[in-house]
Design a binder for this molecule. Structure first.
Ligand code: C2G
Length: 144
């Protein structure tokens, strides 16, 4: 029997959470925010920043390419879908396209994405202290 069409009933469809990030040199801070985001709903969709967007945001190329970062994040058990985030300005389009009910981000972005709060709930989680990709790169470079 074909599955019933529940698209008109918001209570019947899975609660979708969306989050964004570079997720370069994946570390425990990334894992924790993805797990916390996943726990807000039934389905977690992740926008992984394109290499060009990362260069614009951070002024350097990521260690791992966008294809590698997509592959790594896609392989996590609590991530359901991954796409490439081409621009910070496309948040509203991505939220609509993926039918997100919640946008979750670390609080280093606090307030920056409130402009989508008419489309979905916006949640900021505290960043995990004392770990960042930039510090990891420096640490590895200094101990190599
Ligand atoms: N994060 C965290 N704790 C850390 C480091 C990162 O909770 N110690 C969170 C960030 O707050 C972010 C996510 O992990 O929500 C991904 O972090 P980055 O890979 O640094 O991505 P970012 O450059 O913040 O990209 O559209 C917005 C973005 O593209 C965000």
């Amino acid at each position: 029997m074909p599955a019933a069409d529940t698209s008109a009933d918001p209570a019947a469809r899975p609660r979708t959470v969306i989050t964004f990030g570079t997720f370069d040199v994946l570390h425990v801070g990334h894992i924790r925010i993805l797990k916390r985001a996943a726990a807000l709903g039934d389905r977690l969709v992740v926008g992984v920043s394109a290499d060009a967007l990362n260069e614009k945001k951070k002024g350097r190329a990521p260690v791992f390419s966008q294809d590698e970062r997509v592959e790594i994040v896609s392989s996590l058990a609590f991530v359901d879908e991954v796409f490439v985030e081409e621009s910070l300005e496309l948040k509203r389009d991505y939220i609509v396209e993926h039918r997100a009910d919640v946008l979750a981000m670390g609080d280093d972005w606090k307030g920056r994405f409130d402009f989508v709060s008419d489309l979905c709930e916006v949640v900021y989680f505290p960043r995990t202290p004392s770990v960042s990709t930039t510090e990891l790169i420096e640490h590895i470079a200094n101990t190599a």
